[in-house]
Design a protein around this ligand. Structure first.
Ligand code: GDP
Length: 210
């Protein structure tokens, strides 16, 4: 059975959306004990995640996430008192110390494996850079724990549309072994505000089936 969800209650078009920072978690014991449907955004450093979350929530949410000391934690936000958005730390950073990477991997894995309220992960990829080993590793984690994930291609204003088709095809071929992947890709540009309505529609679709 599906429920009818009013998109304006979560993403009001008049810009009155309320997005509150709940907390930043460094480890699993700090994950907030709240039970709204949760949507996580993850991707390599510099993929355009902060810009996209800001555009989606129509607020400078990511200033919080980019505050020194908070970039390596999972930042939880409550949107319109109805859903939780989780801004995951960027991965693939070359300069981080091994102990930080190990902690990040452990915390992220625990989050994906244990968080029952997590309804979908959006995996962000920069089509110019293509699919990197760290992206593969992440997608493999989602499949191993059975988390539904969906690919968002970012910064599409920077790439020739014909090349984008080729890249989508290539990613699909490489990802053929990922049963947990949603078949639909979302194409976005925060710069041009493109694709935001597709992300919102996906979130509404998920909510309508809960
Ligand atoms: P994060 O590290 O994943 O949070 O990435 P940011 O959102 O901070 O973006 C990294 C860089 O990419 C910044 O210089 C942004 O201005 C740029 N950027 C982000 N989104 C877009 C986009 O849609 N189009 C273009 N052309 N640049 C973007």
């Amino acid at each position: 059975m599906t429920k009818k969800i009013d998109i304006n209650k979560i993403f009001p078009s008049c810009g009155e959306q309320k997005c509150e920072f709940i907390l930043g978690a460094h480890n699993a014991s700090q994950f907030p004990d709240i039970h709204y449907p949760e949507f996580a955004f993850i991707g390599a450093s510099n993929v355009g995640k902060s810009s996209l979350i800001n555009a989606l929530t129509a607020q400078k949410v990511a200033i919080v996430s980019n505050t020194p000391g908070r970039t390596r934690q999972l930042n939880f936000f409550l949107l319109s008192d109805r859903i939780t958005i989780v801004d995951m730390p960027g991965y693939g950073f070359a300069k981080a110390a091994d102990k930080h990477i190990a902690n990040w991997q452990r915390t992220s894995f625990e989050y994906f494996a244990k968080r029952a309220q997590l309804k979908r992960v959006f995996l962000l990829l920069d089509p110019i850079k293509g699919l990197k080993k760290s992206d593969h590793d992440m997608a493999n984690i989602f499949n191993s724990v059975g988390i539904n994930f969906q690919i968002i291609l970012t910064k599409i204003d920077k790439i020739d549309p014909r090349k984008l088709v080729d890249i989508e095809k290539k990613i699909r071929e490489e990802s053929s072994l990922w049963p947990a992947m949603h078949p639909k890709f979302i194409f976005t540009s925060s710069k041009r505000n493109e694709g935001l309505s597709d992300i919102k529609s996906e979130i509404i679709e998920v909510l309508s089936h809960l």
